[in-house]
Design a protein around this ligand. Sequence first.
Ligand SMILES: *Cc1c(COP(=O)(O)O)cnc(C)c1O
Length: 232
Amino acid sequence: MNDLSARLQAIRDRISAAADRCGRDPAAIDLLAVSKTFPVEMIREAVEAGQLLFGENKVQEVLAKAPQLPANVAWHLIGHLQSNKVRKILPLVQCIHSIDSLDLARQVDRIAAELGLFPKVFLEVNLASESTKHGFSPEALRSSLEPLYAFKRLEVQGLMCIPPYDADPTQSRPYFIRLCQLRDELEQLGGAPLPQLSMGMSHDFEIAIEEGATIVRVGSALFGERTYLNAA
Ligand SMILES: *Cc1c(COP(=O)(O)O)cnc(C)c1O
């Protein structure tokens, strides 16, 4: 067994163990392998080891990588999406985790209609009001729910967050709890289910699972440390 397939198995085992600890079904938790900055060869190895769900944060990188990989690979966009790139990315991704404004939602809805698509989306929430991060504030999301649900092309799956980084992963727990509570509140308010929570990364995915994550976004724990050629 090569390194990557061993690391993949180790992460799957940790997902199952975390689910077992809190009485959840491990099959209800998807692993999104975050392959940003890593070469197609490594993604191919992961595909051969049975991983078919990959996350990228840049449109250009999906455009470059997707055509080189089998068609049964599913791509999720997890990084901020500029409205002038919506038309390019929509046909290539199955899901966008980073719908971070009403304007972007409107644009995705409009172009999806033109292209005949129904993209799955997550609404990104900036829980700590960090100026360096994108996302709706909880208040903005409450008041945007009605217009968001009027966009008939968007299949809203649920909420996504990226807590402030802290070397101690337990510091993420209060944010995961808040995202889950906000989800419950918005389900009441909007009268529509928001079944999915996209939360948890390499250092804190087990805690995210304990707090209800349905999809964890794991990069470096799987592929190794990233080196950025240009400051990203
Ligand atoms: C890079 C990235 C990840 C994965 O981060 P790791 O710490 O490498 O697991 C998850 N989510 C988003 C939005 C990212 O940009």
